[in-house]
Design a protein around this ligand. Structure first.
Ligand code: ATP
Length: 367
């Protein structure tokens, strides 16, 4: 089922009538989510991710704009009538019910023509449980399950009504690091197997990048960029997106473009044809540095972190906005980096320039 958001906007009125300002939680969000894809809604706390999800689910009414499921306008439809499955961070299973009863609960609540015979409900509960691989735990109570298993029950409960759209709000945040990794792969598998259009809210860029077909990066209610994770990483539209994606994060320097050359400090570090003279922020991905004897960008070396095949060189530079400049280089190439300083040449497609005032990307031709 494709989901279309058309100029979707949500304004919360101020709580304090005298001094408070209204909050524009989501501002004019337009996007067509293709059928059967997994979309990651991504951004820092308060950027409007959850509000977007709640509007799609029907739990919150938009202030403006429309929502379509396929060709149907569902903007005025109640949450129960939209055919969505919802999984929250706080999965809130009923403690006195077994796993089977928890999963069947949404079916028990169906009314009229939608009501299923008991046997059919049990079959559907087992199908959903199989999908998330907990069909051997059906008679247990939630307190007898691990966090990861409880989250699977919550997902099975959302799937049992065969939703048109599956909405997941930070579903992994209560799990420990290892379980998070495992469960996110599970979610990807389940989504692929069922083909249900799924929207996944997270503030964890790595999580969103690893499982999403497309990511939507939001800031203060405004969509910054939409695209395939790799495409957004490789071609960020502004400094915010560049900084938000990537581990270790992008290195940002103060720089200046003069006569088609990019300067960091006094050093001309790269040719940037076609860019007007201006001060810029320079973003360099950690993998964009090549240790080179007499390379144009020289940093002070403060440490080497071994990461296996690669190493991370921890350095400093007076023009850097971050306390350290971190590069990821081939372990062999790092052998040269044993002195007090390390000199780099740069991979042009890993270097991004941003206007200093708007922080929007300034493009140059990569040869
Ligand atoms: P988080 O990751 O912290 O959950 P989020 O990106 O999901 O953040 P939202 O919960 O969508 O953000 O909130 C967006 C903005 O709207 C925030 O500034 C928040 O304070 C505000 N907001 C959310 N719900 C309400 C409400 N019911 N009344 C007033 N303001 C609200």
């Amino acid at each position: 089922m494709k989901v279309v958001l058309q100029n979707l906007t949500k304004v919360f009125p101020s709580r304090n009538k005298k001094s408070g300002e209204e909050v524009v939680a989501v501002n004019d969000f337009t996007f067509e989510i293709p059928d059967g894809k997994l979309i990651g809604l991504l951004g820092p706390s308060g950027c409007g991710k959850s509000t977007t999800l709640y509007m799609i689910s029907g739990l919150q009414k938009p202030t403006g704009g429309k929502i379509f499921f396929g060709d149907d306008d569902v903007t005025e439809l109640s949450a129960e009538n939209r055919g969505v499955g919802l999984v929250f961070q706080n999965y809130a299973l009923y403690p006195h019910l077994t796993v089977k009863q928890n999963i069947m609960f949404p079916l028990e609540n169906l009314k009229g023509a939608d009501k299923l015979p008991k046997q059919k409900m049990i079959e559907r509960a087992y199908e959903a449980a199989k999908l998330v691989q907990i069909d051997n735990l059906m008679e247990r109570k939630p307190s007898e399950l691990s966090g990861g298993q409880q989250q699977r029950v919550a997902i099975a409960r959302a799937l049992v009504k065969m939703p048109k759209v599956l909405l997941l709000d930070e579903p992994l945040s209560n799990l420990d690091a290892r379980l998070r990794l495992q469960t996110r792969e599970e979610i990807r598998r389940i989504q692929k197997e069922t083909g249900i259009t799924t929207i996944f809210v997270t503030h964890d860029q790595e999580e969103a990048m690893s499982i999403s077909d497309m990511i939507v990066v939001m800031k203060l209610g405004v969509v910054q960029q939409i695209g395939a994770p790799q495409a957004v990483y490789d071609d960020p539209t502004n400094l915010f997106v560049a900084k938000f994606l990537g581990t270790p994060p992008i290195n940002v320097f103060e720089g200046e473009v003069k006569a088609g050359k990019l300067y960091i400090g006094a050093a001309a570090v790269l040719d940037v044809p076609g860019v007007q003279d201006q001060p810029v922020y320079v973003g360099i991905r950690p993998e964009g540095f090549i240790p080179t004897a007499n390379g144009p960008l020289t940093c002070n070396l403060s440490g080497v972190d071994v990461m296996g095949r690669d190493v991370s060189l921890v350095t400093t530079h007076s023009a850097s906005l971050n306390p350290v400049v971190r590069s990821i280089v081939d372990a062999d190439a790092a052998k040269n980096a044993s002195g007090i300083t390390v000199s780099y040449s740069l991979k042009p497609h890993k270097v991004f320039l941003f206007n200093k005032e708007t922080e929007e990307r300034v493009y140059f031709e990569v040869k």
